[in-house]
Design a protein around this ligand. Structure first.
Ligand code: CIR
Length: 264
């Protein structure tokens, strides 16, 4: 067993722009404050960099209000990158805007061309498999095309279900190490993590499930003390990052970056 699912040399992020106020949301809990989001975003990028990784920070794309959530535009594997086909119509064009940045770092970049849809937020890469949750944004055709694209690289895709009413599969879970995931009870109850060690998020702190393991650190949203205690007790080196503004748009730690180690 290796640790390529959480050790990375690179990340790509994109700063939010003024159009962030028009970002998609399941429920309106108020307009995101750009100034606060920029402060939190800068801390997020600095934390990734503190692990020694190279972080490519892209400029805002005002035509795409949700483009700060770069994770949904691509799946980055060691062998190559797969450009996604987002199921949200307002986000479809974001993927093509990411492709050249991936081509600058990867020898091989392939593309989900449709008719299906798939977003990176529904994809959890572990050491042994790629779990993809079917959701309102990711359909069976999109998963089938991804399966076909990554097979030559030796990756197996396992289709699972994103709980109803939950935006993405990874809204409710994160990889912590080669054997361990952090997950909500509602997602773990579906049996999709059989064979993994599951650390449950504390009841009432479901929004803490979207963290990232990035090299030696676990980045988690601030404000979830009982889940933070569980992770610290399990030995993880935590960094708590403000997420109040992204949360208004159903976004979290994983959404804000693409994380990868391109094969030379
Ligand atoms: C959206 O609805 O697409 C954005 N407002 C949030 C995307 C969050 N992305 C992610 O979980 N990977």
């Amino acid at each position: 067993m290796t640790d390529r699912s959480f050790r990375f040399t690179h990340a790509i992020t994109r700063r939010p722009g003024h159009s962030i106020t028009a970002g998609l949301r399941a429920m309106d809990t108020g307009s995101p404050d750009l100034a606060q989001m920029l402060v939190d975003h800068a801390e997020y990028v600095a934390t990734l960099r503190a692990t020694g990784a190279t972080v490519v920070e892209l400029d805002p794309l005002e035509a795409f209000p949700d483009s700060v959530f770069v994770e949904d535009t691509a799946l980055c594997l060691p062998e190559g990158a797969v450009v996604m086909r987002p199921g949200a119509p307002s986000r479809l064009g974001e993927a093509a805007r990411m492709a050249p940045h991936l081509a600058a770092l990867y020898a091989e970049v392939v593309q989900v061309s449709g008719p299906g849809f798939i977003e990176g937020g529904d994809i959890l890469v572990t050491e042994r498999e790629i779990l993809v949750g079917r959701s309102a944004r990711t359909d069976a055709d999109g998963i089938a095309e991804l399966t076909h694209l990554v097979a030559p690289w030796g990756h197996k895709v396992h289709e699972v279900i994103t709980p109803p009413g939950v935006l993405h599969f990874k809204t409710d879970c994160s990889l912590l190490d080669a054997e361990t995931v952090l997950a909500t009870d509602r997602l773990a109850a579906s049996g999709c993590f059989d064979g993994y060690r599951v650390i449950p998020v504390a009841t009432g702190e479901e929004a803490a499930a979207n963290t990232i393991r990035f090299n030696d650190l676990v980045l988690m949203p601030a404000g979830f003390p009982r889940t933070a205690d569980r992770l610290a007790a399990a030995g993880y080196d935590l960094r708590q990052i403000g997420n109040s503004e992204c949360a208004k748009l159903d976004g979290g730690m994983s959404c804000l970056s693409l994380r990868f180690t391109p094969r030379a």
